[in-house]
Design a binder for this molecule. Structure first.
Ligand SMILES: C=CC1=C(C)c2cc3[nH]c(cc4nc(cc5[nH]c(cc1n2)c(C)c5CCC(=O)O)C(CCC(=O)O)=C4C)c(C)c3C=C
Ligand code: FE2
Length: 487
């Protein structure tokens, strides 16, 4: 199955209601253009991270991954299946930094980059609160009406401080930090190798949304390396406004403000949950894990997806729930084709704050299943392809404990895909498929809300809104909602 790619006519958003149609149809995708993110700025008080590159040279270790100055690639130029020229290992010399920025359209050789987008995670306990600040300061995570946007950062500060103790406990329980950076770097290396094996040498970059290496820094590296064509590959199988949508919006803001980048042909793979390689790889993991139970056919396959607030799906048109359900259906079909006919269910985990999230909730379903007499359960994390705090702590510790307490006797968990060969090979195919459709990013700057601007109405809303927001936010219920998972 083909990857769904948009050739980068990026979302034109009309806040406050971020309307997202099917992201596979780029004309229906709308986003918010009101944020101003400077491409070179550091966020939070933690200083700039360094962009990390898995290069198309032989230097793949992390220390040498940071490129500065001239950069040499191999002796031969190769053509990909669509006739484009690439550097192969060794010979092509990438001009060093500091020279005039050349427009990609005038460049003589093709230098292809693949940009992996991911969430990022705190590397130490000290990073937890600033990481949470970056997360909650994202208007795609806390979606305030436009008129209250000025409250975004103060709210983020408050919520991150309230939430930090609980998050720190979680990160402490999994070794003191998130494994996400290391796993994503490993996936980048594996993808680079898989593409090279398919005669397509590329540079693979990692850009995180909330922690190092920040998207802004990685994009600067891409520019320094004079990449001429880019495939953007979010490491989220399903599209959500809060994940892929948010990362793409940051990219859009950076690219729009830069002459070189705005002319670079880019292809974005918005979701890939329906790809055969991914579905088969997930089915392989489930099949293997089922074999560890004494009576595999009696095991309930329990898909647990990261939740999003209901309003994302029902008001903002986030396709996340539909894509998740279709994804589960495809995995189950694949299992059926292998004569695996187990019962299955889907629930949503990791809710934060005082609003309604997608239901059913994982913790509630686990208790119900235990009460109904289910004895064996296999948990399958399905919204993310790396181990992270919500697999290692929430599922493996909290939910396992809850399930065993509720009467479930045999517990298993499918590992995240990580660097599974069949999965990475399929991602490489996805990159190859979308490369020919890369086109320069174009955005419209028209914003109807801005043209309807009414200063008096705005001041009134801002005055009463601020009072209301602070009263609500400082209520004990609200504080509890952010400290714990639920009200
Ligand atoms: C598809 C995956 C994810 C969606 C959708 C998503 C939405 C979402 N998340 C929060 C709040 C938090 N997320 C946190 C960590 C976290 N989230 C994801 C993935 C999705 N989030 C991952 C992979 C991680 C873990 C990163 C790591 O360090 O390993 C956290 C921090 C941890 C905690 O305190 O629980 C918060 C907070 C919201 C509000 C949201 C949708 C609006
Ligand atoms: Fe999350």
């Amino acid at each position: 199955m083909e990857a769904t790619a948009s050739s980068c006519v990026l979302p034109n958003l009309n806040p406050p209601g971020l309307t997202l149609g099917n992201p596979n149809h780029r004309s229906s995708l709308q986003c918010d253009q009101t944020r101003t993110l400077k491409s070179t700025s550091c966020r939070s008080s933690q200083g700039c991270g360094q962009a990390y590159l898995v290069s198309c040279s032989n230097s793949t270790d992390k220390q040498s991954g940071i490129i500065s100055g001239s950069y040499h690639c191999g002796p031969v130029q190769k053509r990909n299946p669509s006739g484009q020229t690439f550097c192969s290992l060794g010979a092509l010399t990438y001009p060093g930094t500091g020279s005039a920025i050349e427009s990609p359209s005038h460049a003589t050789e093709e230098r292809v980059g693949v940009l992996l987008l991911n969430l990022g995670g705190p590397e130490t306990l000290h990073d937890v609160q600033p990481f949470l600040f970056n997360l909650f300061a994202d208007p795609d995570i806390i979606r305030l009406p436009r008129v209250f946007r000025f409250l975004q950062r103060p709210l983020a500060q408050l919520i991150s401080v309230l939430r930090a103790p609980k998050s720190k406990e979680g990160y402490a329980a999994i070794g003191g930090g998130s494994p996400l950076r290391k796993i994503t770097d490993d996936q980048a290396i594996a993808l680079r190798n898989a593409l090279e094996a398919k005669e397509m040498p590329v540079n693979v970059y990692v850009a995180m949304r909330y922690w190092h290496p920040f998207t802004e820094d990685t994009v600067q590296q891409i520019k320094r390396d004079r990449i001429t064509k880019l495939v953007v590959l979010p490491l989220y199988p399903q599209f959500s406004i809060s994940t892929t949508g948010s990362s793409i919006r940051v990219l859009q803001n950076i690219f729009r403000e830069d002459a070189y980048l705005s002319r670079m042909p880019v292809s974005i793979i918005q979701s890939w949950y329906q790809r055969e390689g991914y579905i088969k790889s997930m089915a392989d993991l489930i099949e293997k894990e089922l074999e560890s139970f004494s009576m595999p056919e009696e095991v309930m396959i329990f898909f647990s997806a990261h939740g999003v607030p209901v309003s994302y799906v029902e008001d903002a048109g986030d396709p996340y729930r539909d894509q998740m359900e279709e994804c589960i259906h495809l995995i189950m079909q694949e299992l059926k084709s292998r004569y695996i006919n187990n019962d299955h269910t889907l629930a949503y985990q990791s809710r934060v704050g005082p609003v309604q999230w997608l239901k059913p909730y994982t913790d509630e379903v686990l208790v119900e299943l235990g009460q109904k007499g289910v004895k064996s359960l296999l948990a399958v994390p399905v919204s993310f392809v790396s181990e992270h705090i919500e697999t290692l702590e929430e599922i493996d510790m909290e939910y396992k404990h809850l399930a065993l307490e509720s009467g479930i006797e045999n517990w298993g968990r499918v590992p995240a895909l990580g660097c599974t060969t069949s999965f990475i090979t399929d991602l490489a195919d996805a990159v190859i498929e979308v490369l020919p459709s890369a086109t320069a990013m174009t955005t419209s700057s028209t914003n109807s809300e801005e043209s309807d601007y009414d200063p008096v109405g705005y001041a009134i809303k801002m005055f009463f809104g601020s009072i209301l927001a602070f009263v609500l936010l400082l209520s004990p219920q609200m504080i509890m909602a952010f400290r714990n998972h639920v009200l």
